[in-house]
Design a protein around this ligand. Structure first.
Ligand code: WTA
Length: 680
């Protein structure tokens, strides 16, 4: 059983920023750029339950420590051994790492195929007829695909894509609901050696068009629609609109899911059921070089358009494979469920590649957690006997709000391990997850990582590391993180700073698609020689890491990264808007809410109607996940003399706080006063 050492009287989860001059608290969720002071105090420690550790792959802290120490002392030795043991190679690699900062090449000389590692190698064993994917649609329909089924479907899809002219290195955009075909499509790309770029089905046609254009995708794989909260999401219609703005896409493959009527453009659009089933169920896998590009995934940065994060074949697959194995302590008998969408990196690494490379059984769910009611997640756990559940703090908080009566209606005894990802989990949510969902018997792995890191970086190993609510605890094997100040010097334990990774690791991003300079500027210029994560963090005396959130202008809304700049550009692209500034505001459910300050063009009067129009416009431009929580009109925005919008002041205004920040660089103090008056 878990042992609770001491309960603090009150858990404080706010953070203060301090400037060099003195103690001026900055925004509660945005550490200042200079130094970071953390006030999070949490002393409850949950040791791994003995019964869990006894059968765990890594069963003690000593064992973890030894492997970790050796792994960072001699990383190439560690990674070479793992690469040989965990992956199946068509041709063995010759060199473990070529590191010309910031460009890494892992496992040069080697050849392999990702789909072979995820499918063929299991089909050759007793896993052949084991369930690979147990899928549940939102309306309640289910499908089970064994490893053999999946290999056959992936091969057919690969043949269909090849018939459309897809070749190694080509880009295929995937814009689909959470149905098995999304995993089939991704794996089919890897079988050919083509790159996929999955675009989350909640994104708008504009966002899809941008990503198709940036990646120059030649094929889009989609569906007529998807089910979400009982409604139809018109995916094909969005694709049609996106393709008006792109020229690279020559073919569209469409799965029939909802049955709603869609327009099929002759010569360009093909129904999946017409072209995939009659293909051969064999496709000779492409022997990809270790560094062959595997996929692009777009993510928000603080400036400019979304960044196409490039991951390559061997390193990414190794990271996803070994982290899934040890962090989820995967066993042959597990039924594992990650609730993320395959459109995010979590879905890539921990619905598709990590679990399948390990030959695990993964549950996949199409719809919303609250359809038809808030019992849905728990009914799926009960129905499929889920033993490992990996979800996000935002979902946990929403479930807490919906009430304990929902999980209590279901038998959750099959669960043995819980996971969290996407944003810091507040200790209250952690405790609820532990008690109400985990029945106090399941360890919780709070996993910190990023689209860019490809796989988990800081996380407890569940049978080995004592867990502390709110802390992602210890680095994964081979990962060497540190907290530094802006000059790159390590800060004393307990003090906040910038989280950096000191050594290259196999699943690290290789570059930003088509923009090496931006790659250098975004991740490698702040602290020379180290990977800059963009997150603030601190390390406690016992070496546990506490992630404090983003330090750049990126919001974390429901665990999804959104750049303030992109939302501002969307607003300014509207005819009525002269200028805008977007900031985050702490939000109990979503982590951060989106607050937009808007200056309208001369002669336009503020009104609720205008607000609605602008809100809709942002949704059309980016997607529903970027819908503003509040739009506030301002005659002017607070700016420095050089014309930079002072977002830190706006954050205080948005949070309804009296700002005690330095306003000496503010050009016109009355601007701020006016913004405050508008609140009254
Ligand atoms: C945040 C998602 C605290 C963090 C896998 C990071 C977290 C960003 C955690 C990456 C966690 C993710 N604790 N913060 N366990 N996991 N984050 O690229 O700010 O969508 O930089 O990858 O989410 O978001 P991304």
């Amino acid at each position: 059983m878990s042992s609770t050492k001491r309960k603090p009287s009150r858990v404080k989860s706010s953070r203060n920023g301090k400037s060099k001059k003195g103690s001026r608290p900055s925004s509660p969720n945005k550490p200042s750029q200079d130094s970071i002071v953390s006030v999070l105090a949490e002393s409850r420690v949950f040791n791994p339950p003995k019964s869990f550790s006894r059968t765990a792959l890594i069963g003690s802290e000593q064992q973890y420590k030894k492997i970790w120490r050796d792994s960072v002392k001699n990383p190439t030795k560690f990674w070479a051994k793992q690469a040989k043991e965990q992956l199946e190679w068509i041709k063995p690699f010759k060199k473990v790492l070529t590191w010309k900062p910031p460009f890494a090449k892992w496992f040069e000389g080697g050849k392999l195929n990702v789909s072979v590692n995820c499918l063929d190698r299991h089909v050759r064993t007793e896993k052949r007829n084991k369930a690979a994917i147990i899928w549940e649609g939102e309306p309640g329909d289910t499908r089970v695909l064994t490893y053999h089924d999946l290999l056959r479907e992936v091969s057919k899809c690969a043949n269909a894509l090849e018939a459309m002219g897809v070749k190694p290195g080509h880009r295929v955009a995937i814009y689909m609901p959470m149905i098995p075909e999304i995993a089939i499509a991704m794996l089919a790309c890897t079988r050919i050696g083509a790159m996929h770029t999955v675009v989350f089905g909640g994104f708008s046609s504009e966002a899809l068009a941008d990503r198709c254009n940036d990646s120059q995708a030649s094929v889009v794989i989609t569906a007529d629609g998807g089910f979400r909260k009982g409604a139809n999401v018109p995916l094909k219609k969005n694709v049609d609109a996106a393709l008006e703005k792109t020229t690279s896409v020559k073919n569209v493959l469409v799965v029939k899911r909802t049955g709603e009527s869609v327009t099929m453009k002759p010569g360009r659009d093909h129904w999946w059921h017409d072209v995939v089933p009659n293909q051969s169920g064999h496709y000779e896998p492409y022997a990809a070089d270790s560094e062959h590009p595997l996929f692009l995934l777009y993510t928000s940065g603080s400036t400019g358009k979304p960044k196409g994060i490039l991951h390559t074949t061997a390193g990414y697959l190794l990271g996803a494979t070994i982290s899934a194995k040890y962090v989820f302590d995967l066993k042959e008998t597990d039924t594992y469920w990650c609730t993320a969408d395959a459109g995010w990196v979590t879905g890539h690494s921990y619905i598709v590649y990590g679990p399948l490379a390990n030959g695990a059984t993964a549950v996949m769910y199409e719809g919303a957690p609250n359809f038809p009611d808030w019992g849905r997640l728990w009914s799926i756990v009960e129905k499929h006997h889920v033993s490992i559940l990996y979800t996000a703090p935002t979902a946990i908080r929403a479930c807490i709000k919906a009430g304990d009566e929902w999980p209590k209606k279901y038998n959750l005894k099959s669960l043995r391990l819980l996971g969290s990802v996407g944003e810091p989990i507040n200790p209250e949510a952690w405790i609820w997850y532990h008690e109400v969902i985990g029945g106090k018997r399941c360890p919780i792995v709070d996993t910190w990582w990023q689209t860019e890191t490809g796989s988990m970086m800081i996380t407890p190993i569940p049978g080995a590391i004592p867990q502390i609510p709110g802390s992602a605890t210890k680095p994964f094997f081979g990962i060497d993180p540190e907290i530094v100040d802006k000059n790159g010097n390590p800060v004393p334990k307990g003090q906040g700073g910038f989280l950096v990774i000191k050594k290259p690791w196999p699943s690290m991003l290789r570059t930003i698609w088509g923009d090496d300079e931006r790659f250098k500027a975004a991740y490698w210029s702040q602290i020379p020689g180290m990977y800059f994560t963009g997150d603030g963090a601190r390390q406690d005396k016992k070496g546990n890491f506490w992630i404090m959130g983003r330090i750049d202008d990126v919001l974390n809304v429901s665990g999804h990264r959104l750049s303030t700049m992109e939302i501002e550009s969307a607003l300014v692209s509207h005819d009525l808007v002269a200028e805008s500034a977007v900031v985050g505001r702490p939000d109990d459910l979503k982590g951060e809410g989106i607050i937009c300050f808007v200056t309208l063009k001369a002669g336009i009067s503020p009104s609720t109607e205008v607000k609605d129009k602008l809100s809709k416009h942002v949704v059309t431009q980016i997607g529903a996940l970027a819908r503003p929580d509040e739009i506030r009109f301002a005659d002017a925005l607070p700016k420095t003399r050089s014309g930079k919008i002072m977002r830190r002041l706006l954050r205080d205004v948005a949070a309804g706080k009296q700002s005690t920040q330095d306003t000496t660089t503010l050009e016109d103090l009355s601007v701020l006063a006016n913004l405050r008056q508008d609140e009254d």
